[in-house]
Design a protein around this ligand. Structure first.
Ligand code: F6P
Length: 363
């Protein structure tokens, strides 16, 4: 079996805590255990298209385990199959995948490790089908990737969001207010559900369970009647009312997935204050959830995933993502990962547990 001598790694999509831990794991193991040469591609698929890369030596990745973000840079607009460029102030999209693939071949890259979420790994699936030897590593704070129980970055985001909710409790209690905290997650409510339960949110609103604002208002009034003169509402950015729609913060025209969610917390704040007469304030956690150092859990997970990816390269197991199933790491075909995001099943035991401690989901 021909051994891989030169591999490359790129990080795509939104950054998150733990990416550098994966870069470190892949690079150190590839160099130390298998004598491979490692190339770091800059700014996700932009670097592949424009030949922006640098060699990664042991010392380049030493000391980055705890560092947030990605030393390679990232992009959530660079899709080689739908690549944006500006012409006469208008954005047009072209398929530049032939150039991207030629650049990978000319660089002598025998396997490309793509660290990313569903956008990055769907593109990886396309490149793999077009003949690029490739392995995916699951990364996103949203935890919405198919084929894995968990992605690295999620635990860190939940931990940051939980700290935010904890801090809102004391101020909500002191001022007898409703505090709404809006969390990320796109069209999946994993962060809101887990941080909401961990932070003892009274009302948790997730995209998977459309809400009725009257039920939310009644929950706030009922708490007041019981002497609880404050309430904490944890809302996922993708939550929507029954029969209603998501709130869009901005459209990123250059992106293949242009919708950026945000603002539902403010819409709800106005409604709840009007319906209950209780002062209501909204806090948006936003990109704070993606910043800073990874939790110990994410450092461990990133190290496990990165080192396993290198074993898969050595065994030439291309076209797969390394995923987590229970306690084990598994190989998941990239085409299964590319089938679309993984939302929370309505029978998720955590929803049931939350309901049984009187958490309202607005339904
Ligand atoms: O996918 C990660 C994520 O942080 C989502 O939770 C959020 O909707 C989106 O990225 C925000 O993207 P951007 O960084 O482009 O605002």
């Amino acid at each position: 079996m021909k051994k891989c001598r030169r591999i490359a790694i790129l990080t795509g999509g939104g950054d998150c805590p733990g990416i550098n831990a994966v870069i470190r794991a892949v690079t150190k193991k590839a160099i130390l255990q298998y004598g491979m040469e490692v190339i770091g591609i800059e700014d996700g698929y932009h670097g592949v298209i424009h030949n922006r890369f640098r060699k990664l030596e042991y010392n380049d990745v030493s000391g980055i385990l705890t560092l947030g973000g990605t030393i390679l840079g990232t992009s959530n607009t660079a899709n080689p199959y739908h690549y944006p460029s500006k012409k006469n102030r208008k954005i047009e999209f072209n398929d530049v995948s032939v150039t991207a693939i030629a650049n990978i071949t000319n660089l002598g890259i025998e396997c490309l490790v793509c660290v990313g979420g569903d956008g990055t790994l769907s593109i990886a699936n396309g490149l793999s089908k077009d003949g690029v030897p490739l392995i995916g590593v699951p990364k996103t704070i949203d935890n919405d990737l198919r084929g894995t129980d968990i992605t690295f970055g999620f635990d860190s985001a939940v931990s940051i969001a939980t700290e935010g909710i904890d801090r809102l409790h004391s101020t909500a209690m002191s001022h007898h207010r409703v505090m709404i905290v809006e969390l990320m997650g796109r069209n999946a409510g994993w962060i809101a559900l887990h941080a909401g339960v961990a932070g003892g949110g009274d009302i948790i609103l997730i995209p998977e369970i459309p809400y009725d604002v009257e039920i939310i208002a009644e929950k706030v009034r009922e708490r007041n009647r019981r002497g609880k003169r404050f309430s904490i509402v944890v809302v996922a950015e993708g939550a929507k009312p029954k029969g209603g729609d998501i709130v869009i913060q901005r459209i990123v025209k250059e992106s293949s997935d242009p919708i950026r969610l945000g603002g539902i917390g403010f819409v709800l704040g106005v409604q709840i204050e009007k319906m209950t007469g209780i002062e209501t304030r909204t806090v948006v956690m936003g990109h704070l959830q993606r910043g800073g150092s990874p939790t110990p859990f994410d450092r461990v997970l990133a190290t496990r995933l990165g080192t396993r990816a290198v074993d898969m390269i050595e065994n030439r197991e291309f076209g797969y993502m390394v995923g987590v199933k229970g306690e084990s790491l598994v190989k998941v075909p990239l085409e299964d990962v590319a089938k679309g995001p993984r939302t929370i099943p309505l029978d998720d035991p955590l929803i049931e547990a939350a309901r049984s401690v009187d958490t309202c989901f607005g339904d």
